[in-house]
Write a protein that binds this ligand. Structure first.
Ligand SMILES: Nc1ncnc2c1ncn2[C@@H]1O[C@H](COP(=O)(O)OP(=O)(O)OP(=O)(O)O)[C@@H](O)[C@H]1O
Ligand SMILES: [Mg+2]
Length: 225
């Protein structure tokens, strides 16, 4: 995705889009009043539905509300998180998971106060395997100790197993669906794949809903609503 223009929450805080991300952040908190919700995975049915855009803006919105946030680039096949924040993609998560970097080296501060980012790192030959590792599990547990919210920007759930693997390691999953683009049966299939691994689906973000002739809206529906 083209960087610079992605962070509506930072660039245009009074816009409808920014307000939608603040609402999403608040809704996530209310989704789980009794159970701790520290690690949240964002995935979608297919490619280019807005996972990276939504996770980056949600991360900024949460940091702006005073939370200590870590955004992890877990789409190892399409590393973009670093570019949104003008950071380098190395060493990143892949280097950490292969034992080539320490946690301090991959956890990068951003210009947004309270928000740190772990870039995906160089594209590895075996993304699913790396994400399925003990090192990944321990890293998430560790991040959950140090942050209020850990957001994982993941690959789409239908094409590869990466997101399903990660879904088993997090407290909850948000499904980002491109409105007007994803067929109903495909969206349902994505949900089924998540349910199959007993993921806790927190809700769905319908990205790109058009309302009152305005474009580029973001909507959030919680499960069951
Ligand atoms: N609500 C929106 N309005 C307009 N453009 C959007 C919106 N959401 C995302 N985009 C654009 O759509 C493209 C894909 O978005 P993004 O990279 O966030 O999706 P993704 O699901 O992470 O894709 P990938 O599967 O490639 O990782 C980007 O160019 C982004 O700028
Ligand atoms: Mg992406």
């Amino acid at each position: 995705m083209t960087p610079e223009r992605q962070l509506v929450v930072e660039d245009d805080p009074k816009s409808v889009g920014s307000e939608a991300f603040r609402t999403l952040r608040t809704n996530l908190q209310f989704t789980s009043p009794d159970r701790e919700l520290r690690t949240v995975l964002l995935t979608s049915a297919g490619p280019e539905e807005g996972k990276s855009t939504v996770s980056a803006n949600l991360a900024v919105a949460a940091a702006q509300s005073g939370q200590n946030v870590v955004l992890v680039g877990c789409d190892l096949r399409k590393p973009v998180v670093h570019s949104v924040f003008g950071l380098t993609n190395a060493p990143g998560l892949t280097a950490y998971l292969t034992g080539q970097a320490e946690q301090e080296q991959i956890l990068l501060p951003t210009r947004v106060k309270g928000l740190r980012v772990i870039p995906s790192g160089p594209i590895p030959p075996n993304p699913s395997e790396l994400l399925h590792s003990r090192a990944m599990k321990e890293l998430l547990a560790d991040l959950a100790q140090q942050a209020d919210l850990v957001l994982l920007d993941a690959a789409p759930i239908i094409a590869v197993t990466d997101a399903a693997v990660l879904a088993t390691l997090v407290d909850g999953v948000v499904l980002v669906l491109a409105a007007h683009k994803v067929p109903r049966d495909v969206a349902i299939h994505a949900k089924t794949l998540l349910e199959r691994v007993n993921a806790r689906i927190l809700g769905v973000v319908l990205n790109g809903v058009r309302l009152d002739k305005k474009r580029d809206q973001y909507y959030y529906y919680s499960e069951g609503s």
